[in-house]
Design a binder for this molecule. Structure first.
Ligand code: TMP
Length: 204
């Protein structure tokens, strides 16, 4: 594996994904490793504008429009950030193509063939090395979403939708060693840190 792996963080809302992303970024910073970080939706300047559109709760966009917006943002990230840093720096991404498969296919029932075709078109054979997948149970998901002061358009689905998405992640990751699962219900924050740092130490 390259000295500069591509590391992805995935999981449904309130699963601890972004906290885990920050743990990894802080660790790399402390070790003075050369890395870039980005999030999806978002990332490049243009992609952050698209993020605002997608998550704006005043807008009502159909699922196909959302899919194309996610890919428009990804295309900019790929051309302007990822390609430039590939094999030169470690790349940390908060959500990537597995989010599209989990949310747009397993959650919204968009044909997987369409998503795979868009993947091929936009990112070719580019393939992340490792995916930290965070999970949360329905009870904690509901509790954590209730405690959020600001909810965006994607925080407002019914619990059934998030269950479908999480189940999608389970299918995507089943029996694949590149996925490191982190259960936010059963692991303490120190245990989570240990899992992430142990893996990063082996990777870099
Ligand atoms: P975030 O809150 O983790 O930044 O993500 C915003 C929402 O965007 C989250 O509900 C997941 C969703 N999303 C998709 O539905 N498809 C995608 O391809 C990506 C990258 C995110």
């Amino acid at each position: 594996m390259s000295k500069y792996p591509i590391i992805i963080f995935e999981g449904i809302e309130a699963s601890g994904k972004t906290t885990n992303f920050k743990i990894a970024a802080n660790y790399l910073k402390k070790r003075k490793k050369s890395f870039v970080k980005l999030r999806e939706p978002g990332g490049s300047i243009f992609s952050e504008k698209i993020r605002k559109l997608i998550l704006n709760k005043k807008l009502s966009l159909n699922n196909k429009t959302d899919l194309l917006l996610f890919y428009a943002g990804r295309s900019e990230n790929f051309e302007k950030i990822i390609k430039k840093n590939y094999k030169k720096k470690i790349i940390l991404i908060d959500r990537f193509t597995d989010s599209t498969i989990a949310y747009q296919h397993y959650g919204m029932k968009i044909d997987l063939k369409v998503i795979k075709m868009l993947n091929k078109f936009i990112i070719g054979n580019f393939n992340p090395n490792i995916v930290f997948l965070s999970t949360v149970n329905s009870k904690n998901l509901q509790k954590r979403l209730r405690n959020r002061s600001k909810l965006n358009r994607y925080d407002k689905f019914k619990i059934k939708f998030y269950n479908k998405v999480q189940n999608g992640y389970e299918i995507i990751s089943r029996n694949k060693s590149k996925y490191i699962k982190i259960n936010s219900n059963t692991n303490t924050i120190n245990e989570v840190k240990k899992i992430i740092i142990n893996k990063l130490e082996k990777l870099i």
